[in-house]
Design a protein around this ligand. Sequence first.
Ligand SMILES: [Zn+2]
Length: 211
Amino acid sequence: MMIKIERNEKCPCDSGKKYKKCCYQDPEKNAEILRAAARSATREEMAAMLSSPLKVYRLKVKLLRMGMQEIGKEISRTMELTGRQTLYDLHLAIQDAFDWDNDHMFSFFMSGTLFDRETEYSGDPLGGHIVTGLGVPTHPASKTELRDLDLSEDARFLYLFDYGDELVHELLVAAMRDRNDDDRDLPMVVDEIGTPPDQYGDDEFYTGAAQ
Ligand SMILES: [Zn+2]
């Protein structure tokens, strides 16, 4: 880690107590402190990270194509997640919102370019890290929280589900805000446009009859 916290020093949470008598004893709080310590170059940076409120991300997920079939009309789901949720949580939320079967591996491409290995985060249906996947090992989706990604409003990235059938989705960060006490359990779908086709359906999307 970048910053080493001694057990006898004052707790970074500013309680005035010693670290070993304070957050060190609370696994959840301690995890936050160790995470901030690992990501900070200075104690000021660490303090700022620890005191910054958790963000809620509003993500608009649009289905772009299924296999070779481009989706001509808008089929989208807009959902909210907290910064503490992982890309695997986001995968599960998309699966649920589009009624996919969560039966294949997936990748997010944060650069917005399909198959860009440098910015690829992948996983299998149970959240495991794919070693073979599309080639070289990529970043693990289940160990990457949304707040790790430096997302900003209007950022766009891609989600590929099923490397064989290739269901390609575009994600847009539609809004970011501080989490507040009124927030219910996230993720939550907040807007729906269009009806997703069956994942394995013999319908218009596969016969080319889509309008
Ligand atoms: Zn503390």
